[in-house]
Ligand binder design. Structure first.
Ligand SMILES: [Zn+2]
Ligand SMILES: [Zn+2]
Length: 193
């Protein structure tokens, strides 16, 4: 995370790993083309073109096209993004869409997956981050440590055992949510009404 004079003038910081300029007032990343409009419009901070040019020269932050591609292709984050708050939310197990609020997930099922069982097809309490606002708004889940990443780690045996147990526990929890027919039926009845 970089925090120099140029960036401080407009209340933002730079995340080197993600190549993103992050507004500290909004906790959101701003595509480089929107910097001037964002800080003037949202925060009343006049950001001179020279300043933007200097930021581009020093950091080469992601441009709108790159942000758009990121939004359209990335399903989950390999690592959490420094400078962006972590929240808890819900994931649709059909299309992997994430939301912060249960109501939004209910709306998602009503419009996209009509007739599907929301309780069976939703995972709750997952870590999510909102990287961008406006038309790039999308909640990204953070990748859970799975079998693949475990192999790559050089952790001691006990840490590996602990991670396996954690994954196992999650799997059992998920299964117990999946196979509880009386609950599913009760839920279906509620939807039918
Ligand atoms: Zn802002
Ligand atoms: Zn979905």
């Amino acid at each position: 995370m970089v925090d120099d004079d140029d960036l401080r003038k407009i209340e933002c910081m730079f995340n080197r790993v993600m190549n993103l300029i992050i507004c500290r007032c909004c906790d959101l990343a701003i595509p480089v083309e929107y910097i001037q409009a964002h800080f003037r419009g949202k925060h009343g901070i006049n950001c001179l073109e020279e300043l933007v040019n200097s930021i581009i020269l020093n950091y080469q932050p992601r441009i709108v096209a790159a942000v758009e591609e990121f939004k359209n292709t990335i399903l989950e984050l390999d690592l959490l993004v420094n400078g962006i708050p972590i929240k808890r939310g819900f994931r649709c197990l059909i299309c992997r869409h994430c939301t912060r609020l249960k109501d939004s997930m209910t709306r998602h099922f009503r419009t996209i997956h009509e007739g599907e069982n929301i309780k069976e097809q939703t995972e709750g309490n997952i870590e999510i981050q909102l990287l961008f606002g406006g038309r790039f708004r999308k909640w990204f889940p953070i990748k859970e440590p799975g079998a693949e990443s475990m192999k790559e780690q050089n952790d001691d045996a006990w840490t590996i055992v602990q991670s396996i147990l954690a994954v196992e526990k999650r799997r059992t929890m998920k299964n117990s949510v999946h196979y509880r027919p009386e609950e599913c039926n009760a839920f279906r009845k509620n939807i039918d009404r």
